[in-house]
Ligand binder design. Structure first.
Ligand SMILES: [Zn+2]
Length: 352
């Protein structure tokens, strides 16, 4: 989860349960001193944090399924544990974060993708991470210069996530975790998957993006989605951009991806990448066991409601065109004989 401004997170996601807070206040008034810490925790904060974690867990699970199921078709594979960590430092209100998420230690498990090596090894959400292959996470040195692009409160988790990836490279790793005050060691056998990570970005904007490595879906768009298959449809489109190196390709062509990219040659080149991402997305979904028709359902519903939004700027096809692209690709798959339940995506197979 990314929180550009914690206040923004709560403003965007504050849930309508004021009554809980007032009940809490009344209860707190009659509490003894030993419970007094709880008075300071806002129910709204806790619920907003839990809602965000739930979205993070869903996007992480869908993302893992997509990168794991399509590994054979990606030109590059990376070791993957299926683990998503978070750092107490990321949260402006650490008392609320501890209350909402547990945090058995300052670095803890935020999500475990179902079916992943971490899930198979028995890692659980809330477990505290103490060490990776015997190296204590408390001792990691943060290279502030190298992580200059990261906000300071995200630098430690970025460093530890990189440490985890490095340890995973040889196909086996030992995590020292703490759960319920008890330390234990867990052996993990990371698997090879397509690259890309997935996150929820807290924002009022209804959008999604891919920067070559990370797929980000705004909290507002994720809240609009109905069910994991629709979330997978959005994630698959953005993952397709990453797997097809679209950002790099557009940069090489000198395409302006900003405001001026909406006009002329830049718009045409961006639109070409959008069409490719739409075409590839349904293959990625089908291989991961998601119904590719979820892409049709989502964009039809979304298009009817928000046809003037960012997704239908001149760089993007309007929704009816996009739905036609999905249907064309679904028909191609239907005419094929899958191998082990999978369809080789033409756009990935033809990559140099
Ligand atoms: Zn796109």
């Amino acid at each position: 989860m990314r929180i550009p401004g914690f206040v923004l997170a709560l403003a965007a996601l504050a849930l309508p349960f004021p009554t809980l807070a007032s009940v809490g206040e009344q209860a707190a008034a009659s509490q003894t001193a030993e419970n007094s810490g709880i008075q300071d925790i806002e129910s709204e904060s806790v619920l907003a944090l839990k809602a965000l974690q739930l979205l993070d867990q869903h996007i992480h699970s869908a993302g893992y399924r997509l990168v794991a199921a399509n590994a054979a078709y990606c030109k590059e594979n990376v070791p993957n544990t299926g683990l998503l960590l978070h750092d107490i430092q990321q949260y402006g209100d650490s008392a609320a974060a501890r209350f909402a998420h547990g945090f058995a230690s300052d670095i803890a498990v935020n999500a475990v993708a179902p079916g992943s090596p971490a899930a198979k090894a028995g890692v659980r959400v809330g477990d505290g991470l103490i060490a990776v292959d015997g190296i204590a996470v408390a001792d990691v040195e943060i290279d502030a210069e190298k992580l200059a692009d990261e906000q300071p409160e995200y630098r430690r988790i970025a460093t530890i996530s990189a440490m985890l990836a490095k340890a995973a490279a040889d196909g086996s790793m030992t995590l020292s975790i703490v759960r319920g005050g008890v330390e234990q060691e867990i052996e993990l056998a990371p698997v090879q998957t397509c690259p890309s990570q997935f996150q929820i970005r807290v924002s009022d904007d209804r959008d999604a993006s891919a920067d070559g490595k990370m797929v980000s879906i705004s909290s507002t768009l994720a809240e609009y989605v109905m069910g994991e298959e629709e979330l997978a449809a959005i994630a698959a489109h953005e993952l397709a951009h990453n797997l097809l190196d679209h950002r790099e390709r557009l940069d090489e062509q000198g395409v302006n991806r900003g405001f001026f990219g909406q006009f002329g040659k830049s718009a045409g080149r961006i639109k070409a990448t959008e069409i490719e991402a739409d075409r590839l997305s349904v293959w990625l979904m089908a291989n991961a066991g998601y119904d590719p028709q979820a892409a049709v359902r989502f964009w039809t519903r979304y298009g009817k409601e928000y046809d003037k939004g960012i997704f239908s700027a001149s760089t993007h096809y309007r929704w009816k065109k996009r739905v036609e692209l999905f249907e064309e690709e679904i028909a191609k798959m239907a005419a094929m004989q899958p191998v082990d339940g999978k369809y080789a995506p033409p756009l990935l197979v033809s990559l140099p």
